[in-house]
Design a protein. Structure first.
Length: 199
């Protein structure tokens, strides 16, 4: 858990692993309770019949974003000390396509496959094994793609840095976008549920 609490020395590395483990358990529990251990529910997103994934993910993004901005404004949370993964545009774009394709075919993403495996779902266990095999193969052929994996380097950049807009304005636009997505998702669910029922 590499957050400002850790960087300010409130606890050591060992405690940070314990905290990360507890957060991981809670995260898995919430995913399972939201129905994300069901490949049918997850695949329903791609058929536009069940947009729970979209709604839960956008809700999580908005809550975390607003929470961090407010705590930063209140000088409780120093957002500048939060670790950001560096952006490598092209490999992350290709990786997103590969992961999305695997999501459609297998019915899980990496996180939900572990949740489903933990409650004993056989298809999810095969998905996890396939993921591990893919990692092993990638590790073996990594020298062939090493230069590509660092292409499009942009450093630790945020949307506000990239668009040269204030973080609060970016948050406002994302909230509007999320509300629009929720509205559109409801319309699509009604349309496709009606068509499925008629057939």
């Amino acid at each position: 858990m590499f957050t400002p609490l850790y960087k300010y020395g409130y606890f050591g590395l060992e405690i940070s692993f314990v905290i990360a483990f507890i957060i991981g358990l809670l995260f898995g529990f919430v995913l399972e309770r939201a129905g994300f251990s069901s490949s049918r529910k997850l695949a329903g997103q791609f058929y536009l019949r069940d947009n729970t994934v979209l709604k839960v993910m956008f809700t999580a993004i908005v809550v975390a974003m607003v929470g961090m901005l407010y705590l930063n404004w209140a000088e409780i949370f120093d957002i500048t000390r939060l670790y950001l993964n560096p952006t490598y545009l092209w490999p992350q774009f290709v990786g997103g396509i590969i992961m999305g394709t695997g999501f459609v075919i297998g019915g899980y993403c990496p996180g939900t496959s572990l949740v489903a495996s933990a409650i004993g779902k056989i298809d999810a266990m095969f998905y996890v094994l396939g993921s591990l095999l893919g990692m092993l193969i990638f590790g073996e052929v990594y020298p062939l793609f090493q230069e590509f994996t660092v292409s499009g380097a942009m450093g630790q950049v945020t949307l506000s840095d990239w668009l040269h807009l204030r973080p609060g304005l970016i948050a406002f636009f994302i909230i509007l976008f999320a509300l629009g997505m929720f509205w559109g998702a409801d319309l699509l669910e009604k349309k496709f549920a009606h068509e499925e029922g008629a057939s």
